[in-house]
Design a protein around this ligand. Structure first.
Ligand SMILES: Cc1cc2nc3c(=O)[nH]c(=O)nc-3n(C[C@H](O)[C@H](O)[C@H](O)COP(=O)(O)O)c2cc1C
Length: 313
């Protein structure tokens, strides 16, 4: 399956495994890259030297292209960028910040740069900043998200209408059928997050993966918009946030309640009650924990069968 995204990244299939804090270390990224997709390390939960270790291990585990996702809202970003350059990483996805900040520096070092956005306006800003492709992520997606609640189904065609560079769709895509829909709407590729959380190789706690598998439609919610909006599973911590909202809290109250390391506590350490459990709406369609290569293969098979079905309309 060849198109401008597979050519840009030199991969076999236009499927990108999303960079995800506490979930996507070298095991997951290398498994996806070895299977012909593009694996991404999630630098957002790594100290700089931990990221270096993951890059080194990923290079040993796969000869195929892989990349690093860098959310710009975390500390140590300058060091992270330097390590990426020093270690010869070829692909970087930036998110949660201004695409102008690092694009030139990364590109001067021969790195392909992609920026994640949740609106048409920022897709065009990213294009102006000189990135090679854009990920447009809809309201359904797990993790940090846009404030405007624009769904993937509406965002992709609106971005497509104006963007010239390649477009990657994210948010609510876990199957080949979803991938086909996104590509019909104008995407050149898909970025899949939640589905790869429920993989053998994801670095998150088994109890969190099982909770993702058990989740049903309606079990996630986008909240904490005053800080950085985030979609999470409705657990005891989420209920305490809702309770806090009834008291008309300030931004500082919300920040204090969130505290530090909530996401680590939930997703990595498996505290399903007090932790922040980031996952997308599509969790309701995820029913098992599988090896990443099998997830990718099933997406491809489902994509082909959905395409055949549509051909008979
Ligand atoms: C557990 C989790 C952690 C995430 N962490 C990040 C991150 O560190 N950086 C980022 O750009 N996006 C992050 N995201 C968003 C994903 O990169 C991706 O765009 C999103 O998961 C796609 O939607 P889906 O979950 O419906 O597949 C995260 C998503 C999840 C589920």
């Amino acid at each position: 399956m060849q198109n401008r995204i597979t050519e840009l990244f030199k991969i076999d299939y236009p499927i990108i495994q999303a960079g995800m804090i506490w979930n996507s270390g070298w095991r997951l990224a290398s498994a996806v890259s070895n299977a012909g997709g593009l694996g991404l390390l999630g630098a957002g939960s790594m100290y700089p030297e931990i990221l270096r270790e993951h890059i080194v291990k990923c290079k040993k585990a796969t000869a195929k292209p892989f990349g690093v996702n860098v959310p710009m809202l975390y500390p140590d970003i300058d060091k992270i960028i330097d390590i990426i350059i020093e270690e010869g990483v070829k692909i970087v996805f930036t998110s949660a910040g201004n695409p102008k900040t690092y694009t030139s520096k990364l590109k001067e070092n021969g790195i392909t740069v992609v920026h994640v956005v949740s609106s048409v306006k920022f897709a065009l800003k990213a294009q102006d900043a000189g990135v090679d492709a854009v990920v447009a992520e809809g309201f359904e997606a797990g993790g940090h998200n846009g404030r405007e609640e624009t769904t993937t189904f509406t965002l992709i065609p609106m971005v497509k209408e104006q963007l010239e560079i390649p477009l990657i769709a994210a948010g609510g895509i876990a199957t080949g059928r979803g991938m086909l829909a996104a590509m019909v709407l104008g995407a050149d590729a898909v970025q899949v997050g939640s589905r790869f959380v429920a993989s053998e190789e994801a670095s998150s706690h088994r109890a969190f993966k099982q909770m993702v598998v058990d989740a049903k439609e309606g079990d996630t919610h986008l909240t904490l918009k005053e800080l950085a909006p985030v979609r999470m599973l409705k657990n005891k911590f989420f209920e305490s946030v809702i309770q806090l909202y009834t008291t008309n809290p300030t931004k500082e109250d919300l920040q204090n309640h969130l505290g530090r390391a909530r996401a680590k506590r939930g997703m990595f350490e498996g505290d399903l009650e007090e932790g922040e459990l980031e996952i997308g709406q599509i969790a309701g369609l995820i029913h098992d924990i599988k090896p990443a290569a099998q997830i990718l293969e099933e997406i491809l098979i489902d994509f082909e069968s959905a395409k055949n079905e549509v051909a008979n309309f």
